[in-house]
Design a protein around this ligand. Structure first.
Ligand SMILES: *[C@@H]1O[C@H](CO)[C@@H](O)[C@H](O)[C@H]1NC(C)=O
Ligand SMILES: *[C@@H]1O[C@H](CO)[C@@H](O)[C@H](O)[C@H]1NC(C)=O
Length: 385
């Protein structure tokens, strides 16, 4: 009996492998499927995150033949109306529709039916040869989900997914959900994060990295393939990012990618994967008054030392308006604003979560009533918080 336990433990240990190591080069392509009939670029990216449903076993096999670690993405916390198994969800499983993703609804994480559907998806991932799963949208608690899902429901759901994935020889990552990292570090093999630099919260992963678990980190670029110096500085040099595997991507998570070393590549893709959300809605009021006459960056650079960041534990209850192609909603759990950036005037208003200042920033510098323009990565990025 004991022998059997040791053997099976050894087997699971081996099958999970040591392929998840801190700092490896990463690529994520969720709208579009890598076309392995062509050379796979960037060729030195070792860890790939691709759509579980639409990526074939042949494609995954070809990637593994190239020595890649393959993570298979699926939405575990939302109903997606275009997936082939969508008819299996029942009305009682589904909550509110996601704000910028009209084809998706929050799921009841405690539902046996939902969990059984996810088991089948995990079986499919194992059958296709994925090394790991990237279950997304498991942070209903940060959104008005219509089902009263709480943080504890997300923790329990991730533990359930992790235990089932491991039983099938698959590793698992935690997507965003920063406030539940401490509860889940021991069962996760890696994390996938969207925009922690933009929201000034990358330090939440410090213990995760220290535990030898990689953080695959995505920041979205406004107008790819152009990338501004400010976007690059924010994405690559923000506090708490040591050891991260960072990519800068289009919001659609298409084949285009750029890295902090300045290199860029476009993975050739065939159609499939995640349907992009609605474009971001900028309701910023336009101003008819004059633009600020002083250079806003000169005032912003006088911001105090970022080490004076104050960590608060307030959890936003509503979705951020910033679009998030895969998680769609707020990832934020701990805000670390620094100082209030001086308002440059100009009269136009940035709303909650929008940028309001920073190097090369030419947009509005005043925040909607009730919010302050704070440096989340001064002098490059200020946001209405
Ligand atoms: C980025 O996404 C937009 C759609 O939102 C698309 O029109 C554009 O071609 C994409 N750019 C790159 C470089 O992938
Ligand atoms: C994949 O690439 C090959 C080689 O260029 C091409 O012939 C094929 O049409 C591509 N597949 C799709 C579905 O675009």
């Amino acid at each position: 009996m004991l022998y059997w336990f040791i053997l099976s433990f050894a087997f699971i240990g081996t099958s999970l492998g040591s392929n998840f190591a801190v700092g490896e080069k990463f690529q994520i392509v969720l709208s579009g499927i890598p076309n392995l009939s062509k050379p796979l670029f960037p060729s030195d990216a070792m860890v790939w995150d691709v759509d579980l449903e639409d990526t074939s076993a042949e494609t995954i096999g070809a990637m593994k033949d190239l020595g890649k670690t393959v993570i298979c993405y699926f939405s575990a916390g939302t109903y997606e109306n275009w997936r082939p198994d969508s008819k299996k969800f029942v009305a009682n499983d589904m909550g509110t529709t996601l704000r910028e993703w009209p084809n998706e609804r929050w799921l009841r994480l405690t539902s046996t039916n939902v969990r059984n559907i996810m088991k089948t998806r995990i079986d499919n991932a194992a059958k296709k040869g994925c090394d790991a799963i990237d279950p997304d949208n498991t942070d209903a608690y940060q959104n008005s989900n219509g089902l009263n899902m709480k943080e504890t429901d997300s923790v329990a759901y991730m533990q359930f997914l992790a235990s089932y994935a491991k039983s099938q020889g698959l590793a698992i990552g935690l997507k965003n959900s920063l406030s539940i990292i401490p509860s889940l570090t021991s069962v996760m093999s890696f994390a996938v994060n969207e925009e922690c630099a933009k929201f000034g919260e990358c330090e939440a992963y410090n213990n995760f990295i220290k535990a030898g678990k990689p953080v695959y980190h995505i920041e979205y670029i406004a107008k790819p393939p152009q990338i501004t110096a400010a976007e690059k500085a924010l994405s690559c040099n923000s506090k708490g990012m040591e050891g991260f595997s960072t990519v800068m991507k289009n919001m659609t998570l298409s084949g285009w990618v750029t890295y902090c070393d300045g290199s860029s590549a476009t993975t050739d893709t065939t159609p499939g994967g995640v349907i992009p959300g609605k474009p971001p809605q900028h309701t910023t009021l336009t101003s008819t008054t004059t633009k600020p006459t002083s250079d806003p960056t000169s005032t912003l650079e006088t911001a105090t030392d970022p080490t004076t960041f104050e960590i608060t534990t307030s959890i936003p209850t509503t979705s951020k308006t910033t679009p998030k192609p895969t998680s769609k909603t707020s990832t934020s759990t701990s805000k670390k604003p620094t100082t209030t950036a001086a308002n440059g005037g100009g009269g136009c208003i940035s709303k909650h979560w929008d940028q309001c200042g920073g190097k090369d920033w030419k947009g509005c510098t005043q925040c909607a009533s009730g919010f302050q323009c704070k440096g989340v990565s001064p002098p490059y990025y200020y946001q209405c918080l």
